[in-house]
Design a protein around this ligand. Sequence first.
Ligand code: AQP
Length: 360
Amino acid sequence: MGRKRVFSGIRPTGPIHLGNYLGAIKSWIQLQDRYECIYAIVDYHGMTTPYHPAEMRANVRELLIDYLAAGVDPERSILMVQSAVPEHTELAWILGTVTPIAWLERVPTFKEKAEQHPDYVHLGLLSYGVLMAADIVLYKAEVVPVGEDQLPHLELTREIVRRFHHLFGVRIFPEPQALVPQDTARIMSLTDPEKKMSKTLGPRSLIALSDPPEAIREKIMKAVTDTGPSGERMSPGVANLFQLLKIFGTEEEYRSLRAEYDAGTLRYVNLKRTLADAIIRSLEPFRRRRAELENDPAYLERVLRDGIRRARAIARETMAEVKEACGLLRDEPGLGEAGVAAAAGSKAAGEQAPEAVERR
Ligand code: AQP
């Protein structure tokens, strides 16, 4: 038995931030030893909200650098770009034929995005969850490390898998489980701490891992703390800052500032200064590694080529099983007439098939 598979991805819509890192990428790195991991740059998903075509390719490159600098190891994990493996959309189409529209309309992110961009509500946005299901099951992934916001998508994936198996009388895919970190499933925005930190809320709301130290300091110093009269409970903004301090600061820093808060003597400026220093310190190795990678385009290209090749090999195997189950022509690129004849049951075509397979 091979190792179980892990799949996860991020949209190339901007630099990764502390939410992406603590919600997903930190787990990705920990899983690399025990699982066969596939980590994707999901550019087709990036097209579901307004974007500039000219920026997409640059964002893909930047995200690849972010993954590598954060510790994703291409020797152990597959790093790939979604649009370079056409089986993602092929399988999404097939899964779309078994997914009731009502399931998609109730997905919270669909409703949120439709409200955010009322002029950009399209079929691709509605079927985001179907494409995500295809991304995962194409690799028969069993574990999907993600932040809390992705749980409805994972539930939808499992429902789609069950329905596909039921309708076609097969069992091809495992039902994937989300792996959500216990303490960092939802890092909140610095400017709007009732909402999750996200690229959509703008650069001031987040700390990008690649932010220069001055920018990190400035954003933390301006982070929202108490928005109204302070009550019994810690406000979401202050709670978020303490959560980050627990991760990035020393035990002593956290303990003493927390004691000051409990005693009612804490000055938020001190909390912010300590936190900014701690984050800047922690991200220093990331910044250094990132700068090295920036200067090595040949290595980046090698990583991607290799990742795409390895991902495609798995994807093709799954698609062969799926097409068999669905009664579709066995798809072998370059098979041409032999493939069509094989579908028609001709003997001669059967003899030609192995040669055609070799040509893949
Ligand atoms: N704030 C967060 N806390 C914990 N986990 C988070 N993730 C995102 N934000 C947080 C996790 O990161 C992975 C990638 O998510 P994404 O591609 O949706 O990234 P994003 O920053 O959320 O991007 P956008 O453009 O701002 O998208 P929206 O607004 O749609 O979320 C996922 O595993 C996610 O859970």
